[in-house]
Design a protein around this ligand. Structure first.
Ligand code: TXA
Ligand code: MG
Length: 314
């Protein structure tokens, strides 16, 4: 299969993406976090293709991307707390895991058989327009082969999936750079399922509720397993001084061959994280060593991704 890359501003980009989705094909789409590998969420065979194309374990559920809160309400139960979160953060990098309505019409494999469903409304306008025109949600994991680094530009998608999908919509480099914050909402109980650029403190402030950490002993979805973003080179974390042979990625005043943010800006570091890990992986002869990143704000999400990259490979 030939993979076509077209720019988001090209005439007919939306129509071409929608046509492919209607015909049951996969399309890589830009979001503000990372590129997604999209299928019509109501098409069982298309959703199956996502798992096949990524080599994703079938028990790892997908996020349904919607054009707005109204579309979400066709598939999930939205209580007052969830409603406030949607009002405040959508469109934007917040995924909510909510009870799925009965008879949602979604194939069971979208949520890997769970009775909950992850919903998110992406910020990139083109992707919301594509969903609106399709009038159905799209199921979309990150557009990378399972276990590899998430893609933050169209070229990254090509690197992992060239020849496997018909179309990539190129929306440039993603603004946030790391995947959305995932919050489970069970009544009034909020649980952080994955840290992202929207922090627990912000969620607490918005809702007036405490956000619990996920119970580390319960894996509700395999995406929570530790090793997830494996570069080929081994990764060392919290390194203060670069040893010869290692490829050093700095932060702030700690300079390396690359620097996540010379100004020590955590949002900039998040935006650069996957691209720099990718680049380091291509250049490293030994290990990739990364400077310490402060555990505050979006730094918590950066450290989460780094821990996954450094975890022993399963
Ligand atoms: O920013 C993002 O969220 C990106 C872009 C493309 O939107 N998507 C993304 O998808 O990161 P993916 O498939 O790489 O990660 C989805 C995560 C997985 O860790 C999965 O386990 C979790 O969401 N998840 C999905 N449905 C869930 C559910 N019902 N309960 C608990 N976790 C769920
Ligand atoms: Mg992923």
């Amino acid at each position: 299969m030939n993979t076509h890359v077209i720019a988001d501003h090209e005439n007919g980009a939306i129509d071409r993406a929608v046509e492919q989705l209607i015909s049951g094909e996969l399309v890589a789409l830009p979001t503000e976090t990372v590129y997604g590998l999209a299928a019509d969420a109501l098409n069982d065979a298309a959703v199956h293709k996502i798992y096949n194309t990524k080599g994703r374990p079938s028990n790892n559920p997908l996020i349904c991307h919607v054009s707005d809160g109204n579309m979400a309400e066709r598939f999930v139960e939205v209580n007052e707390t969830a409603h406030i979160l949607m009002q405040t953060y959508w469109p934007g990098p917040l995924t909510l895991v909510l009870p799925q309505v009965s008879h949602s019409g979604l194939p069971g494999k979208v949520s890997a058989g769970l009775d909950t469903l992850a919903v998110r409304c992406p910020k990139t306008k083109i992707t919301r327009n594509i969903i609106s025109q399709l009038s159905r949600p799209i199921a979309a994991p990150s557009a990378n082969p399972s276990g590899k680094l998430s893609p933050t530009c169209a070229a990254d998608v090509v690197e992992g999936l060239d020849g496997k999908i018909p179309l990539i919509i190129d929306g440039g480099t993603t603004a946030v750079g790391i995947e959305s914050t995932i919050i489970g909402v069970q009544g009034q109980k909020l649980t952080l399922l994955r840290p992202g650029s929207i922090t627990v403190d912000e969620i607490s402030e918005t809702t007036g509720l405490k956000v619990y950490d996920r119970d580390q002993n319960t894996i509700t979805a395999p995406g929570q397993l530790v090793s997830h973003y494996a570069p080929n080179a081994p990764v060392k974390l919290g390194v203060n001084k670069c040893e010869t042979g290692d490829f050093f990625i700095g932060f702030g005043t700690q300079n390396g061959k690359l620097n996540l943010s010379p100004d020590g800006d955590l949002a900039e570091a998040a935006k650069n994280l996957f691209a720099m890990l990718r680049s380091a992986d291509k250049q490293a002869n030994g290990a990739i060593a990364v400077a310490p990143i402060p555990m505050k704000g979006i730094g918590i999400a950066i450290n989460d991704r780094l821990r996954r990259a450094a975890a022993p490979r399963g």
